[in-house]
Design a protein around this ligand. Structure first.
Ligand code: APR
Length: 234
């Protein structure tokens, strides 16, 4: 079976109704990163940060996977598929994908502010209370990689990309590092397909590149069909 690695960003979930970050109507047009997505914001502005992620969580729970998420999950019938997502929603999980690495954390998890290994699933609802604590007594925080923090899943993600036979990149501006560097880890000659209606920064891609200029919900099912024709019997 071919190993297909799918690297996704906010555009993947845009067709489910979740805003991206850097498009004209994106989240960073309405919020300042330094107010809601940095360790300093959490320290000095805790209520605003928790509220921001409560809203994101409530919104994500009200949406469903789109045809793009489903097409990625269905490729598992004939290929080994690993999803590396920058998204913090759980739409890939809900679409049925089995192998998912979250590079920037997960909305449906909280963790101890002191011990990053103390991670809890949010079992019910969308709301994190301001004073909720972990079992070590410290306050809980969203299990999200803030700007300025290290990306612990980056190295495992690099190893997955290095092993790919095909790399598919969906709905990411490739503007945020180190995530955007992942495309440089594909072995030489490995084909890279980008599905994005806009113009992500593909300047660092050295591999054979095909840009499918379409929304995820249209372009991804189309690409999955194409890949199945090429690799489905291997
Ligand atoms: N289908 C596919 N792609 C789309 C769609 C769509 N319907 N709509 C928009 N896009 C594309 C845009 O053209 C753009 O290239 O999705 C991309 C969104 O880019 P960003 O908003 O920068 O999102 P992303 O690349 O995921 O951001 C990376 O930045 O703020 C951080 O941590 C956050 O994980 C996020 C990271």
């Amino acid at each position: 079976m071919k190993k297909i690695v799918v690297f996704t960003g906010a555009g993947m979930s845009a067709d489910s109704g979740l805003a991206t970050f850097r498009d004209a109507d994106g989240l960073w047009a309405n919020y300042r990163i330094e107010d809601v997505c940095t360790p300093e914001a959490l320290k000095n502005n805790r209520a605003q940060v928790i509220e921001f992620y409560n809203l994101r969580r409530r919104e994500a729970l009200s949406k469903s996977p789109n045809e793009g998420h489903l097409a990625i999950a269905q490729m598992e019938e004939w290929a080994e598929v690993i999803v590396i997502t920058q998204n913090v929603d759980n739409l890939h999980e809900r679409a049925g994908s089995k192998n998912i690495l979250h590079l920037h954390g997960e909305l449906m998890k909280l963790r101890s502010e002191r011990d990053s290994k103390l991670i809890y699933d949010i079992e019910d609802g969308w709301e994190q209370g301001l004073d909720e604590r972990a079992e070590d007594g410290s306050l809980l925080r969203p299990h999200i990689v803030f700007f300025g923090e290290s990306v612990p899943m980056f190295d495992p993600a690099c190893r997955i990309v290095q092993d790919a036979d095909v790399l598919v990149v969906v709905g990411t501006s490739l503007a945020v590092y180190p995530a955007a560097m992942l495309v440089r880890y594909a072995k030489s000659g490995v084909p890279i397909y980008v599905v994005d209606p806009g113009n992500p920064d593909t300047s660092m891609i050295r591999n054979p590149l095909t840009h499918i200029k379409a929304r995820a919900a249209e372009g991804m099912p189309e690409l999955a069909k194409r890949l199945k024709d090429i690799y489905g019997n291997e």
